[in-house]
Design a protein around this ligand. Structure first.
Ligand code: SAM
Length: 227
């Protein structure tokens, strides 16, 4: 569970940055951000009519790709700690006229959905969360047996060409990662917590290793392997 200090620092950071977050993401992904969201949602593979949880949803940059998959009969619940990020998400929802999106202000590890979801994802937030083990368990508890969960985040490039690139990533991340969280954020995210609570766990690296996506399914239900 998030400490009061971390919570305050994250709230301050995203209160300052909410208005320019989308522009930053466009810039740092060289305009590939929509492509990345589409690929992430493709990996999660929710179906029409599904209920999907977007945990630490920020300004709702995954919603368009999710809407495309779940359609008007599906539902998206976006959960985030920051009222300022959610305010931007709300404007996006209004602009596109999506009537099937619910936004909830909460710490993801304290959130309890009203019903089990058909899929859950958390993108570019895992490194900010204090306890990946708890996050993994909570995410899996939020979905029905057999349902997929996906996490994705940035990481330092684990290859030789990371040497010149990684300091740039660290610098670019500064406005979005409170100083007290920086060391944790840039350490390899302990994804074995997800391996322990899912089946068919899979991991992929994109953009030269600077982004990873990892996904699996809650055991039980239709235990088809993760795609
Ligand atoms: C870098 S942004 C990512 C936003 C979005 N998921 C995306 O892919 O663009 C990180 C988000 O995580 C949220 N966050 C950090 N810690 C959180 C927590 N414990 N519970 C819920 N949201 C959290 C922040 O408020 C912020 O909106």
């Amino acid at each position: 569970m998030i400490s009061g200090t971390d919570e305050r620092r994250i709230l301050d950071t995203y209160a300052r940055g909410a208005g320019r977050y989308d522009a930053f993401v466009s810039w740092i992904t060289f305009g590939l951000q929509e492509y990345i969201r589409n690929r992430l949602v493709e990996r999660l593979a929710p179906k029409r009519g599904d209920l999907v949880l977007d945990l630490a949803c920020g300004t709702g940059l995954n919603f368009k790709a999710l809407e495309h998959r779940v359609g008007p009969t599906g539902r998206i619940v976006g959960v985030d700690l920051s009222a300022d990020m959610l305010a931007v998400a709300r404007r996006r929802v209004e602009k596109f006229g999506w009537t099937n999106v619910t936004l909830i202000q909460s710490d993801v590890t304290r959130y309890h959905p009203e019903q089990s979801a058909d899929a859950a994802l958390s993108t570019f937030a895992l490194g900010l969360l204090p306890d990946p083990g708890l996050t993994a368990r909570r995410m899996v508890d939020m979905v029905r047996p057999g349902a997929p969960v996906l996490v994705a985040d940035t990481q330092l490039v684990p290859r030789w060409y990371g040497a010149p690139l990684n300091p740039v990533f660290r610098l670019a991340g500064r406005p979005w990662i409170p100083r007290s969280v920086e060391a944790r954020y840039w350490s390899p995210h302990p994804l074995n917590a997800f391996t322990a609570v899912t089946v068919g766990f899979w991991r992929e690296e994109w953009l030269g290793g600077s982004v990873y996506a990892a996904w699996g399914r809650r055991p039980g239900g239709t235990t088809e392997a993760a795609k």
